[in-house]
Every structure is written in C-alpha cells, then in structure tokens.
Design a protein around this ligand. Structure first.
Ligand code: 13P
Length: 246
C-alpha cells in the first residue's frame, strides 16, 4: 500500500506573515495519515525550513536549475535547495512549460539535477484542452514522461510524478475521478515498463483539487495524493485535503 502524499504548490503567493499563519495552522492540525509538503517561493525557503524543521511536514521548491552552478543569473541550484533541507522540487510545471518555454529535454535535465543532489523531483505532466479534444492526452503525457524516464535511467523510480491536466489548473474545472484514474493508469504502466518498480512510485493528481472533491480523487487506485494550488493557500482547505488523503 502506497502512502499518500499531499503537496501544496503556493505558486507566486505569500508574505512572511501569511506564511507563518498558514503553517502554524497546518502544524496545529497534525497528525496527518498522509505525507504532507509545501513547495514555496524560493525566497521563503529558509524561513519555511526553520518553521517546519522539527515537524514531519516537508518543504520544497517550485523549480530548480538544470545547471550545477555558474553564471546563470536568477537560477537556484539543486545543491542550494538540498542545503536548505528541501525534500522536493517541482519540475516541469505547466506554467513553467508555457511561460518559460521549458521543453521536455530541459524538464528532464532539471529532474536529473534535483535527484543528483538528493532532492526528489515532482515531475509534472499534462495535456492542454486542445490536446485532450484532439484525443492526444495519452500521447502527450507519455511523451513528457518518457523524456524524464530516459534521462533518469536507472534512477527513474526515485521521482514522484504529478498528472496535472492544464485545462483543470486554476479553472475550477477538475478532471473527474474516472478521467484522472484513466491517465494515472497509463502513466503507471509506462513507469512499470521502464523501472519495474511502479507499484512503489507515487503519482499525484493536480488541477482544482478542493476540500469537497479530494476524497473521491484520492480513492482511485492509481491516485496517490495531490498537488494542490489555490486550495493550499487557505489553511482550512489545505488541512481538509490533507485529511482526505488519510
Ligand atoms: P489549482 O489547484 O489552483 O488548480 O492548481 C493546480 C496546480 O497547478 C498545482 O501545481
């Protein structure tokens, strides 16, 4: 039985005061049966690390450089994230793919850089609405995942995968549990063929997960938890989602 994982993706939100309030509520509501983590803007990582250090709540970044070090102004390396105690970093979020032109190859290099420094990459894949309507969902997510599998090679089983249909992100339009499960099953089969260890790997669902739809999504065989955007910024909602994964 895989332990569920709920990851909050704060995106570009937060203030030091709001973060402290949110985390204090999340900490006070422990224990959770699921593993819980927050992926926060990198400027907040130090302070979030200090707040969560003595708890079982983990923290991570939302992106990582593909490079180890050097003249890459504005970038943050995996080693830096590791030094700040990051357990996870998101990689290949659809917003990075869309607004920062991240290709499958770059996403794969970032995942490799993260793993190489002991930070678990949460590799995001997902189709746009146009791709879904054109019947390309399976081909798109398999292509995105395959680039990472190929690059990580024998370490591929160490990643976490997140299926986030682009049309469900921030839209209030979530994939139905059946739609999500169908794609998760495809991804698990692909991971199994590549690693032989897919039964131990976590595949999260993300895209308008809310307190009132989380349990149904998390009840699906191949959905091992969630990657939560908007609802991770409100303590009551995020706590309810974490509990739904219990
Ligand atoms: P929402 O939960 O706001 O739809 O965002 C999902 C997401 O992009 C998490 O990474």
């Amino acid at each position: 039985m895989r332990k569920k994982l709920v990851v909050g993706n704060w995106k570009m939100h937060g203030t030091r005061a709001a973060n402290a309030e949110l985390l204090s509520a999340v900490l006070a509501a422990r224990p959770y049966a699921a593993d819980v983590a927050v992926c926060v803007p990198s400027v907040f990582l130090s302070e979030v690390a200090a707040t969560l250090a003595s708890s079982d709540i983990r923290w991570g970044a939302q992106d990582v450089s593909a490079h180890a070090q050097g003249a890459y102004t504005g970038e943050v390396s995996a080693a830096m994230l590791h030094e700040l105690g990051c357990r996870y970093t998101l990689v290949g979020h659809s917003e990075r793919r869309a607004y920062h032109a991240e290709t499958d190859a770059v996403v794969a290099q970032k995942a490799q850089a993260a793993l190489g420094s002991g930070v678990t990459p949460v590799v995001c894949v997902g189709e746009t609405l146009a791709e879904r309507d054109a019947g390309q969902t399976e081909a798109v997510v398999k292509r995105q995942l395959s680039a990472v599998i190929h690059t990580l090679a024998h370490c591929a089983a160490e990643m976490v995968v997140a299926y986030e249909p682009v049309w469900a992100i921030g839209t209030g339009r979530t994939a139905s549990p059946e739609q999500a499960q169908a794609v998760h099953a495809v991804l698990r089969a692909q991971l199994q063929a590549a690693t032989g260890r897919a039964e131990q790997m976590k595949i999260l669902y993300g895209g308008s997960v809310k307190a009132d739809n989380a349990s149904q999504l998390f009840a699906q065989t191949d959905i091992d938890g969630g990657l939560i955007g908007g609802a991770s910024l409100k303590a009551v909602d995020f706590i309810a989602i974490c509990r739904a994964a219990g």
